[in-house]
Write a new protein. Structure first.
Length: 289
């Protein structure tokens, strides 16, 4: 039996509230050459407060690989697990997102991602198809690179502008500003990033009741502690998902990331949807709670 519109969007909201800024765009890259932990970012919240449960969340397990041979310097392969707990009330949401990965090549390194503790305002409807909410959060140091760089904390402010022109098609735009507070301004010979400004655009298409396609892109501008603008960065991701059981989703996807040279340094390298050195492919399974 085909679900009603309210049931349909409530189901989408439960399934698509995954991979927050930490799995994405919060812990975007441990290294620019590898983007294993950068999955399609979905933050659609199409259900009303009355439809949503007070407690919700997800657990996601995935496998990521690029196309290089295992003995290549550029080869990347990792298993990851990510999770989120979400408490919803009439005053907004409190979310806690955490996870980590286990690399199986080049020393078999493993690392946590920096967890994100976040508050989101209630969803405010601007029209029948447009809605808005705000977010205030803080990242805590847990990732290997964050600890080596002596990160103390990283507050972040963000907004979400949702647009649903059709029953099965939704978009959102999310500007995000993050400030990194380190114990020192340098790590060895490296000058650390102090400020990051992200712009994320995401498109979600519910192809059928059980299949969806999600495409997202992010552009990042960064400055170091001396006010120098660093190379601009981009990430582009595509994900095809199948809900094979209620609250279970199996997905495959592709990620590509890179950088545009600062005009003060040199010309742009340009943008490519696929690049052998920076593209990764993943398979994941998610259980929504």
């Amino acid at each position: 039996m085909q679900p009603t519109n309210n049931q349909y969007y409530s189901s989408i909201s439960r399934r698509r509230n995954k991979w927050s800024v930490l799995f994405c765009l919060q812990v975007m890259l441990a290294s620019f050459s590898f983007v294993g932990q950068v999955l399609a970012v979905n933050e659609f919240e199409l259900a009303t407060d009355a439809q949503a449960a007070k407690w919700s969340g997800y657990v996601n397990v995935g496998f990521t690989r690029n196309i290089y041979d295992s003995d290549s310097y550029y080869a990347y392969q990792a298993y990851n697990i990510d999770s989120r707990i979400d408490y919803k009330a009439n005053w907004g949401n409190v979310l806690f997102t955490l996870g980590g990965e286990k690399q199986t090549l080049h020393g078999k390194e493993s690392s946590f991602y920096d967890p994100l503790l976040e508050y989101r305002t209630p969803l405010y409807a601007l029209s029948d198809t447009v809605s808005l909410k705000g977010s205030l959060g803080v990242y805590l140091p847990a990732e290997r690179e964050s600890k080596l760089d002596r990160l103390q904390y990283a507050p972040r402010i963000a907004g979400y502008l949702f647009w649903s022109p059709l029953d099965n098609l939704s978009f959102y735009f999310s500007p995000r500003y993050r400030y990194n507070a380190y114990q020192y301004k340098t790590a060895g010979e490296r000058v650390l990033v102090e400020q990051q400004l992200d712009g994320l655009l995401d498109a979600y298409w519910q192809i059928t009741a059980n299949w969806y396609l999600d495409v997202s892109g992010r552009y990042r501008i960064s400055k170091n502690y001396y006010g120098r603008r660093l190379d601009d960065q981009f990430t582009f991701a595509q994900e095809l998902g199948w809900s094979f059981k209620p609250d279970w989703v199996l997905a495959v996807g592709h990620n590509n990331s890179g950088r545009f040279y600062n005009p003060e340094v040199g010309t742009s390298q340009g943008f490519e949807i696929y690049d052998k050195k920076s593209s990764t492919f993943y398979l994941s399974i998610t259980k929504y709670l």
